[in-house]
Structure formats: structure tokens, C-alpha cells
Design a protein around this ligand. Structure first.
Ligand SMILES: Nc1ncnc2c1ncn2[C@@H]1O[C@H](COP(=O)(O)OP(=O)(O)OP(=O)(O)O)[C@@H](O)[C@H]1O
Ligand SMILES: [Mg+2]
Length: 244
């Protein structure tokens, strides 16, 4: 369970998060939707413990992330996988070495064990026999999937995705959506997806929170949000409905 409680954060006197309350249940996918600059990434960084709130707290499985020391955070983050917007792979390393990286950094596993784990996680994202390839040899969608394989290599309970489908074509978006759905089904992870992609949100979310200027103006199931009467939500959805 991720429990964000009355979270406030400002930078240089500018309020970015203004009293966020949000609960994310185990094994569900929550999408935080909002326009550019609404505070999505800042919220996510609080969940990872990268930022300390001015007020309020983030509680994960009963532990207060917001007051953890560096060492406590390092241990805590083992439970968390992070998929960055640009996949953030090391271009000079093979796919296999990229995915194995967290294991080589943080564990004493043998190379045989590491090889087996890498194969297992690549299979979760439907990639086979790509260990020897370099990121540049893969498509954008495949790189995203390699990023997820790396994020789940240490069996996290929580996976955070920052804008996983931004800038992707519709087919690749569909494959990334399937990957997120698949990771939840196969691994039972709690997923938090930061996005401004409404189509994807409707597809993958159990729960959607609408963030507007640092405030959650509405939250609910995709079906509830589709029929929203809340003005900011309606405005945000209108552009998307117009394209359908
Ligand atoms: N480290 C920081 N120092 C100062 N201001 C920051 C910092 N990080 C974010 N901000 C400010 O917080 C606001 C929200 O930023 P954030 O990155 O959360 O937006 P976002 O919703 O993720 O937008 P996008 O969809 O463009 O990624 C912005 O005004 C940004 O300039
Ligand atoms: Mg962002």
C-alpha cells in the first residue's frame, strides 16, 4: 500500500504540490494524469524518497519514506523498480549487461544465476535472445521493455513509470501498455504510472488521479472519469475525445 498524506512541496516559494492525498492499493495500477508542469514527476520523486516534503508524508507498507535516512532509502528502494521516460539504458553495454546491472551492483549472485535471472525478466516483457544486442539495435518500444526488465530484475513490489508512452507511435504505445498490464498480472506488482496519455490511462488503469496545478482535482475508476463533471477533468479529456 502506498499512502500519500497531505503532501506539500514548493520550490523557491512556488507551490508545486498543494496537499496531495492518494492511496494506491497493492497489486493495482494507478495512473496520475496531468498536464505539463502539474507536478507529476515531483510527486513520483516523493514516492521514491528522492524529495523530502515541506509537509505531509508518504507511507509505503507502513514505513514513512519521507523521514528515511540515505541508508534506509537504499534498502527501501530494493522494493521499488523505476522505468524512466527515456528508458535510460547504457548505450555502450549490451542489453544483457544493462538488465544485469542492478544485480552486479547490489548482489553477490554468480554469473550463472545472473544470466538466468536476466533471461527470466526479459521473457516477462516478451523479449528473447536479445542479450547480446546493443540498445541502438532495438526499436523504441523494445528499449522501453528492456528498461522494465531492468526495473524488475530484483523483484520489486512497486514499479513506477514516468511517462512510459510519451512520444511513441500508436502501435508501440499499445505494446508498452501491454507490458505494464503484463507486469502487473505476471508479477502482482503495484504500478504507479505518471502520464498525460489519456488513451493509455483508460486502457491500463484501475484508478486514475487527475493532477492540476499541484492539486488532485478528481480521482476514480476510468469509467468514473469518462463521465466526469469536474471542469478540469472535462477540459483535459475534451481534447482527447475530440480525436476519437
Ligand atoms: N528540483 C526542482 N527545483 C525547482 N523546481 C522544480 C524542481 N523539480 C520540479 N520543479 C518545478 O515543479 C513544477 C512541476 O514539475 P514536474 O516535473 O513535476 O512537472 P510534470 O507534471 O512532471 O510535467 P511534465 O509532464 O512536463 O513532465 C515545475 O514548475 C518545475 O519547474
Ligand atoms: Mg514529468
Amino acid at each position: 500500500m502506498i499512502d500519500v498524506r497531505d503532501l506539500w512541496k514548493s520550490f523557491n516559494g512556488f507551490g508545486v504540490l498543494k496537499g496531495i492525498n492518494l492511496q494506491m492499493a497493492p497489486g493495482t495500477t494507478t495512473v496520475v494524469l496531468g498536464g505539463s508542469g502539474s507536478g507529476k514527476t515531483v510527486l513520483m520523486k516523493h514516492i521514491m524518497g528522492l524529495f523530502k516534503p515541506d509537509k505531509g508524508e508518504v507511507i509505503v507498507d507502513g514505513e514513512n519514506v519521507s523521514v528515511m535516512s540515505r541508508q534506509e532509502l537504499a534498502i527501501f528502494r530494493q522494493r521499488m523498480g523505476m522505468v524512466f521516460q527515456n528508458a535510460a539504458l547504457f548505450d555502450s553495454m549490451t542489453v544483457g549487461d544493462n538488465v544485469a546491472f542492478p544485480l552486479r551492483e547490489h548482489t553477490k549472485m554468480s554469473e550463472d544465476e545472473i544470466g538466468a535471472k536476466v533471461k527470466e525478466k526479459l521473457a516477462v516483457v516478451d523479449l528473447f535472445d536479445v542479450e547480446q544486442k546493443f540498445p541502438a539495435e532495438l526499436s523504441g518500444g523494445m528499449r522501453k521493455r528492456v528498461g522494465l526488465a531492468r526495473a524488475i530484475i530484483r523483484d520489486p513490489k512497486i514499479v513506477l513509470y514516468d511517462e512510459p508512452t510519451t512520444g511513441l507511435d500508436p502501435l508501440t504505445t499499445e505494446s508498452v501498455d501491454q507490458m505494464i498490464i503484463g507486469a502487473r498480472k505476471k508479477l502482482g506488482v503495484t504500478s504507479v504510472v505518471i502520464s498525460h496519455d489519456i488513451g493509455s490511462a483508460f486502457h491500463i488503469a484501475d484508478h486514475i488521479a487527475m493532477l492540476h496545478h499541484g492539486v488532485i482535482v478528481e480521482q476514480g475508476t476510468p469509467a468514473q472519469l469518462r463521465n466526469s463533471k469536474e471542469p478540469h477533468t472535462q477540459e483535459f479529456l475534451a481534447t482527447w475525445f475530440a480525436r476519437q
